[in-house]
Design a binder for this molecule. Sequence first.
Ligand code: DON
Length: 589
Amino acid sequence: MNKCTLLLLTALSVAFLTQAQAQQPVKESQGFYQFLTDDPNQKPFYSDRQGVMARNGMVASAHPDASQVGVDIMKKGGNAVDAAVAVQFALAVVHPSAGNIGGGGFMVFRNKSGESYTLDFREKGPLKGHKDMYLDEQGTPIPRLSTLGHLASGVPGSVDGMVVAHERFGKLPWKDLIQPAIELAERGVIQTEREARGLNNIRETIQQVNKGSTYFLRSDGREWQAGDTLVQKDLAQVLRLIQKKGRNGFYKGKVARMLASEMKKGGGLISRKDLKAYHSQWREPIIGTYKKYKVITMPPTSSGGVALMQLLRLVEPYPLTRWGWNTDSTAQVMIEAERRVYADRAKFLGDPDFVDVPVDKLISYDYLKDRWKDFSFSQATNSQDVSGGAIAGYESMETTHFSVVDKDMNAVSITTTLNGGYGSRVVVQGGGFFMNNEMDDFSIKPGVPNMFGLIGNKANAIEPGKRMLSSMTPTILEKNGKLYMVVGTPGGSTIITSVYQTILNVVEHGMTMQQAVNALKFHHQWLPDKTTFEQGAFTENTIRKLQNRGYTLEMQRNTIGRMDCILVRPDGTLEGASDPRGDDISIGY
Ligand code: DON
């Protein structure tokens, strides 16, 4: 054997061994990371799903029926906003855990001429709400009060949001956009396995908060199965009123009376006055650059846009492409950026109508440069040593995201939620729709974590009429002045980091939109001081290197993110990329 062959064989066997090692599951007994799953044979999530290609329009959403509704609206001549409105109402019927009329959300819209707009239709704290409403006399949080039952709901914003978006940008008549949802509610929706399981899982809590209610129960009382049909007659009636009267069909009249009396019955605070007073709000989008990309994203009341801009700009100086996807160095700077950004979130972010949020400062390069000053590659920063930055003058689970692009390249990115899966579990009697439990997104007491482990402070304390802080991050990217990417996901606190990774996967690691969505994810949120990750997101070698530098790594029992994104490819083709982690489907035409 000559020297060359020997070298080649050695190189091949090293490469083979390294690969084999990397593919071996890390065993619990090896103690590399805390093994959280109940199933010792759990396989890593893996998908090689391909993106959906089309030229005239695309909808990426959490449910095939909703995506189809959006495409049908565009085929009838509707634009992306028309399609988005129809999808929002369809999701309220076909995906009741997160799609909603009893919740709220955010919309980022970029029109074909490049002008962008953001609409805040986040829920508001009821007028009778107050800062200590979830605390007992000793000042201790009362378990589940902000998450389960009538007191957990904020004043819903979704219907107003859709009306306002349509009034300003819609083309088709309002009634046409609600009609598909009405038909789905009346005709019934075939349950997927996931949707059936979801309804079975909440059976008990539904009964607990809606005594004697038959909503969302199978007529024979048995468990839901995939393939069953869920008919929602009362919801169809509510949708008919919204179809006929627009905003007034929900915030006034019969539905408002039903909602207020439901609240009264269960000790909730939302009154007819609250409903009448609710208005969504156009806000100035956050627009910033990351390298050659323009990022258009959601300002507060969501923390998502500020955090995303901060995260991207914090890692901008580092050669992520050269280091490679999820290598130790790449992961390290991303994690350290996350630690600092979530500390800022807890300190500074809240409803801009109530508190002064220093958005420009927080996303400025000078400020962000300063945030790196205590960082060293040799050792993880300790979260206890990190607090929100110093700025002068300052001292799940379910949500759903959908993206729409029409033939003219108008683009809509909407994330909407009830907060936890099926919200507060309160179903409005007579209306058949779930109410949110968004009040838990307020900081119910400084330093007390919410259901996503996020803590907050004064900036996000409960006040009447104030909006609770969100992590939702509907975002649109431009490249060379043209529409490039529409992105977003549910996932509570992991929304921000999932959007961040998905963008970087495309722009730094050369993935297609679908590969970026499929790719395994990780997450750090300052406190608790640990990095959670989907099994397989890091090789054993990377895990060891990060642990040697003091990082606590914890494998996640669940998957992270449920992205629905669209990419405009160089030839103008739209690539719809829906997350294989859910029932999500992109449909184009
Ligand atoms: O607004 C927020 O940040 C949360 N209410 C989002 C909740 C969520 O994403 C749950 N989903 N998985």
